[in-house]
Each structure stands twice: as C-alpha cells, then as structure tokens.
Design a protein around this ligand. Structure first.
Ligand SMILES: Cc1cc2nc3c(=O)[nH]c(=O)nc-3n(C[C@H](O)[C@H](O)[C@H](O)COP(=O)(O)OP(=O)(O)OC[C@H]3O[C@@H](n4cnc5c(N)ncnc54)[C@H](O)[C@@H]3O)c2cc1C
Length: 398
C-alpha cells in the first residue's frame, strides 16, 4: 500500500518517469495484478496534492517529448477535466450525495450486500472487491469493468457503486469517481455507455479472468435534467488577507510550498499554520480504515513540511469541525484563515460551514486557487475531446 508522504510520492514519480512515454501508451490498459509497473500508481499522491499535477507533468516532460508522453499527460489532465467540469455543474454532486444518503437509509437493493462482500459468484468481481478492500486501489480498466458489471449485469444503482469505491479508494475523489461512474452508466456523455465484455477482460488481464454471464446489451440510464452550467469564480484569491493570517491545509491540497510560491504576497503573512481533515465525510457510512490511515499519515507529513513565518511546524488539529478551527484561529490571534481552494466535494461543503463560524469571530476565510486549476478549468465546460485539444497549449502555459 502507498506510503502517505510526499517523499514516498517523489520516489514513486522518479521510479515511474522512465516508463511514462511510449511504454505507458502501449501497456497502460493491461491489468496483470497488484505489482503493476505499467501505470504510475501516483493517484493517492495527486489526489491529496502530496504531489501536484504541475510537477508530475513537468518531471515526465524532462525525460520525454510531449508526443511520446502524450497519453500519460492526457490522463493527468482527465483528473483536471473532471474537476473543472464538476465545478461548473455542482448540482450533479449535490444530487449524487442526496441519492446515496437515501439509498443507504432505505431498504438496500437485492444483491448489494453480496456485491460489496465479494460474493457475486462472478470470480472477477469478487477478486476485485477483495483487491479494492485490501489495497485501496484498482487499475483504471478494472474500475471501468467493475462499474459496468455493477450497473448492467448486477443491475445495482450506480450511486451505491460510486459510494463503495469512494469509501475504499485511497485516491477517492469527488469528481473523478462520481463522473467516471456516470460515464460508464451512459449519463455523462449522454447515451454512450461502457460495456464490459469477457473477451476484453480476458485480453487485458492476460487470461487471469474471463467471467461468464455478463450483460451483452445495455441501455444508458436516464435521469431528470440538470440546471445549466454555473460560471467559475473569476478570481484566484477570494477574500482579504490582513496582518495576521494563518494557513490551514486540508486533504484536497497538502503542499504548502508550491501553493505559497504562486502567491509570494502571502508568504510573509502566514503567522501560524495548521492541517485538518475528515475523510469520513466522503460517505454517510464513513470510509475504510485504509483511507483513514492514508489521510492521517498524509496530514502528519504535511504538518512536518509546513512552517509558519517563525519556523514553527503546522499544528495537526484534532478534527476538522468548524469549532476546532475557530479555537485554533482565536488562540493564534488570526484575522484571516487562508485555505487552498477546495473543489466541489465534501471539503468544499465543510469550508462553506466554516466561513460563517469564523466570520462570527471577525475572522475572514480566504481561498487561494492554484494557477493550474484556474487556467485549465474554464476549458472543461463541454466534453473531454474539445478539452484535449487545449492540452498542448495548457502544458506550455503551465
Ligand atoms: C469508475 C471509475 C472510478 C474512478 N475513481 C477515481 C477516483 O476516485 N480518484 C481518481 O483519482 N481516479 C479515479 N478514476 C480514474 C483512474 O482509474 C485512476 O485515476 C487511475 O486508475 C489511478 O491509477 P494510476 O495513478 O496508476 O494512474 P495512471 O494511469 O498512472 O495515470 C496518472 C494519473 O492521471 C490521473 N488519471 C488517470 N486516469 C484518469 C481518469 N480516467 N480519470 C481521472 N484521472 C485519471 C490520476 O491522477 C493518475 O494518478 C476512476 C475511474 C473509473 C473508471
């Protein structure tokens, strides 16, 4: 299982870079089992921003041309694309959250308990459930097969599958996870479904699995339409930083040095620093022990690496409740709490609850969005293919 430190992430990046070019493009779709070298395994680091997208792409492009590493760079930009898209369509997330809550509170659909316990009698599904629960990771192709079988063969609600992934994946991400499940189910690219077939699974697992009894025809799911797109906030920094600002990192972004390097105006102002997270907010039924352990390890690592203006290490707050943050901010005499911008998802919701709690003490909440997101997200308003056309220009700019 991945070690939750930036140093381990940088080692994994170093190790992977030589394979990020044509070898990745050729072999990335194979899933030959847990000790795979054909993909990077960097997602838990990117998801918590122990590593940034910018530095991963830059490291790869030091060794390869953009032409040779095009596929890998595109995959990193899928992450950016999904985030930018959800940012402009937040209702998709809100509805998903409500539907998961209602589904889990009601009578669970037939077959759900067996599916999440690895007892479907479809050998591949049962093995993937064990792998997901034991390691907190599944290969991308396997995630696609899993979601397709869940929705179209087992006939289970996509929202419960997405919730199961989100609770167990170390890289569990509101945008990538929710929108990928929707994409498989034919809701994201309207009418276009992803059908898992035994021959494709057998080919890309080199015969490890060849499940029988899979659905052979599918119909895209349907849903009520969503309101039209909301524009992105134009400014990168929202709020005003006074004389005594404290930096608060959270599980969406644990790399203060590169964040502050983008905002030299803020560096001298950070008189205190803290880190706080609550991965349990991902689901009404909490997350796996592996996710809790990865997140708290990542938090401890970020605290050690993050210093305030007088060189003190960041404080790890006992929890991420507004009350705990307010207590810390008051004890440090802050007039503003600066946070990395949290994209649509649980951390965003938590920060929205924190804002009035701080305001009642006369403390401002200031959000800082990274340039990477600010520049790329506006292009994520339509499908991935128009976004993909922009990637070479984005790479040059970023
Ligand atoms: C149903 C489903 C659910 C998913 N849920 C998540 C999730 O919760 N969190 C998550 O980070 N990814 C998710 N993905 C995308 C993808 O499967 C993982 O990012 C990838 O498998 C991570 O492994 P890796 O780091 O070895 O990827 P690599 O192939 O080495 O790719 C490098 C990086 O690019 C990004 N990336 C690659 N493929 C995708 C993709 N299709 N969409 C978005 N980003 C991508 C990841 O940050 C990844 O670390 C999901 C895909 C599907 C089909």
């Amino acid at each position: 299982m991945s070690i939750p430190t930036r140093a381990a992430g940088l080692d994994a990046l170093d190790d992977f870079v030589p394979r990020a070019g044509r070898a990745y493009a050729r072999d990335r779709n194979l899933d030959l089992g847990p000790s795979r070298g054909n993909v990077s395994g960097l997602s838990p680091y990117l998801r918590h921003r122990l590593l940034t997208e910018q530095e991963v792409v830059a490291a790869v492009l030091e060794d390869h041309t953009l032409g040779a590493a095009e596929k890998f760079v595109q995959e990193v930009f899928w992450r950016t694309y999904w985030k930018g898209w959800l940012e402009q369509n937040p209702e998709v997330w809100r509805r998903y959250r409500l539907e998961v809550r209602d589904l889990l509170a009601g009578e669970l659909p037939d077959g759900y308990e067996d599916a999440v316990a690895g007892r479907t009698c479809i050998d591949a599904m049962d093995a993937w459930v064990r792998e997901l629960v034991d390691t907190g990771y599944l290969h991308n192709h396997t995630r696609m097969w899993f979601a397709s079988i869940w929705v179209f063969t087992l006939g289970l609600p996509w929202q419960l599958g997405a919730d199961f992934f989100y609770r167990h994946l170390l890289d569990g991400d509101a945008a990538s996870n929710t929108l990928s499940w929707r994409w498989v189910a034919g809701l994201q690219a309207r009418g276009k479904t992803y059908l898992a077939t035994a021959s494709n699974i057998s080919r890309f697992t080199e015969g490890r699995f060849s499940p029988s009894g899979l659905a052979t025809t599918v119909r895209a799911l349907d849903e009520e339409p969503f309101p039209s797109r909301t524009p992105l906030e134009p400014d990168d920094v929202v709020g005003t930083v006074g004389d005594r600002a404290g930096l608060l990192l959270h599980e969406e972004d644990l790399e203060a040095r590169s964040l502050l390097a983008e905002r030299p105006d803020l560096v001298g102002e950070v008189v205190a620093a803290a880190v706080a997270a609550d991965p349990g907010e991902r689901s009404p039924v909490g997350v796996s022990d592996a996710v809790v352990a990865f997140t708290s390890g990542a938090l401890a690592d970020a605290a050690e690496r993050t210093r305030d203006a007088s060189g003190r290490a960041a404080q790890v707050l006992a929890d991420a409740d507004p009350g705990s943050v307010v207590t810390w901010a008051r004890s440090e005499g802050l007039d503003a709490v600066v946070v990395p911008y949290a994209p649509v998802g649980p951390v965003h919701e938590r920060l929205e609850a924190l804002r009035p709690a701080l305001a009642s003490e006369g403390i401002a909440l200031v959000t800082v969005r990274r340039r990477w997101d600010g520049v790329a997200w506006p292009h994520a308003s339509r499908g991935f293919f128009p976004f993909r056309e922009k990637i070479p220009g984005l790479v040059r700019e970023l």
